[in-house]
Design a protein around this ligand. Structure first.
Ligand code: SAM
Ligand SMILES: COc1cc(-c2oc3cc(O)cc(O)c3c(=O)c2O)cc(OC)c1O
Length: 374
């Protein structure tokens, strides 16, 4: 065995070994990328760059941020790392001294940092709340339990519950700060996703006159659908503590408090956006069975459908999308012992819930639209 290992080592060139070590450092210190991103959002850097017209030198950026004097010299380190990781752009510039100012002095090299498509998503109104949720102390503490979780024989208990003694949904029921963080995150994801769904796959709502958004949170998605398709009457079903106090901002959107495991109100179409990935296969079959009963009651014979927005792992097949999907899969395992699913896994659930056929459109980045028919 030792001989085999040393032969394998010899077969690896020095360049490969050194490259491999750099790769290991990238992965083992990867948590610093998450926390640097969290810091940038907390400091309001994307908004500051946006206010500066999309790009700024460090002195200009510093002048708009409320950083204590002792920390100002360190901002360059954070920005350099985030630019290397592709969160911001970094363009070298040469500051020529103004006339009469430091005459004879050499022109100082400096860097202008700017927004790119990734950081533009973090400007207010974008998905910063998702980043703050994904890097929140409650999620991070759960992730620290993963090694112990793998070693312990704890049937059915996810790492989140091992760390906090309750599920994420139970935590949102009494921890108002966490509840607000989760609702803001889900709302922000829905706001940007709704725009894309309306733009890229509006035909999904053709012929639909009533829709219930199951687990629809604060109604962001339902409101966007009602605005874009005035022929669709929308209702949102969610848990009492989520819908209580939500005021509808559109006359054809109403809210119902309830448990989707028990009852889904009748409609032509049922929407499940990013709900099923929080649940086990058995629970998904139960939820989808209730949805099938809702469209059987609400739509003309055989005309209803269930619209699922969720990941179909491996589809589309870009490596960055796959990385995002498998990271989300780990997060689902850690939070709920649930998962992101491949097509065959989805198919089995659909058939068990009594549906006859489905259509997958991989048009939403790491997520797809799945239309499911009775
Ligand atoms: C991951 S969030 C998705 C929210 C929304 N669909 C979106 O994409 O922004 C899951 C939602 O399911 C709701 N939920 C969880 N259990 C539920 C239940 N038993 N009945 C109804 N809604 C439930 C949660 O409160 C939460 O709003
Ligand atoms: C929308 O449904 C869920 C989203 C997430 C979620 O989403 C994002 C999105 C993003 O742009 C960056 C992120 O870091 C994250 C997350 O970390 C994250 O958790 C999670 C869900 O269940 C836990 C969702 O249902």
């Amino acid at each position: 065995m030792a001989e085999e290992e040393s032969r394998a080592k010899m077969a690896t060139s020095s360049a490969e070994l050194l490259q491999a070590e750099a790769e290991l450092v990238r992965h083992s210190l990867g948590y610093l990328k998450s926390m640097a991103l969290h810091s940038a959002v907390k400091l309001g850097i994307p908004d500051a760059l946006h206010r500066c017209g999309g790009a700024a030198s460090l002195p200009d950026l510093l002048s708009t941020l409320a950083l204590p004097c002792s920390k100002r010299p360190y901002l360059s380190r954070l920005m350099k790392m985030l630019a290397v990781e592709g969160i911001f752009t970094a363009v070298a510039a040469v500051d020529v001294p103004a006339a009469g100012e430091g005459e004879g002095a050499a022109a100082a090299p400096s860097v202008r940092y700017g927004l790119n498509p990734v950081s533009r998503l973090l400007v207010s109104g974008g998905v910063s709340p998702c980043v703050l949720m994904g890097t929140s102390p409650l999620f991070l503490e759960a992730s620290l339990r993963l090694p112990q979780w793998f070693q312990r024989d704890s049937e059915g208990e996810p790492a989140f519950a091992m760390a906090h003694g309750e599920s994420p949904y139970a935590a949102t029921g009494h921890d108002m700060e966490f509840n607000a963080l989760v609702n803001e995150a889900m709302g922000s994801d829905s706001r940007y996703m709704a725009e894309l769904v309306v733009r890229e796959c509006g035909e999904v709502f053709t012929g639909v006159t009533s829709l219930v958004d199951v687990g629809g949170g604060n109604g962001t998605m339902a409101t966007a659908i009602a605005k874009a398709f005035p022929h669709v009457r929308c209702s949102v079903l969610d848990l009492p503590h989520v819908v209580q106090g939500v005021v509808s901002t559109h006359e054809s959107v109403e809210f119902a408090a309830g448990d989707m495991m028990e009852y889904v109100p009748p409609a032509d179409a049922v929407l499940l956006k990013c709900v099923l990935h929080n649940w086990s296969d058995e629970d998904c079959v139960k939820i989808l069975t209730k949805c099938r009963e809702a469209i059987a009651q609400g739509a003309k014979a055989g005309a209803g459908k269930v619209i699922i927005i969720d990941a179909v792992v491996g589809s589309p097949s870009h490596s960055q999308v796959l990385e995002a999907q498998v990271l989300m899969d780990m997060q689902m395992m850690m939070l709920f012992m649930s998962k992101e699913r491949e097509e065959l896994n989805w198919q089995k659930i659909f058939m068990e819930a009594g549906f006859s056929h489905y259509k997958i459109q991989p048009v939403l980045g790491m997520r797809s639209i799945i239309q499911l028919y009775p």
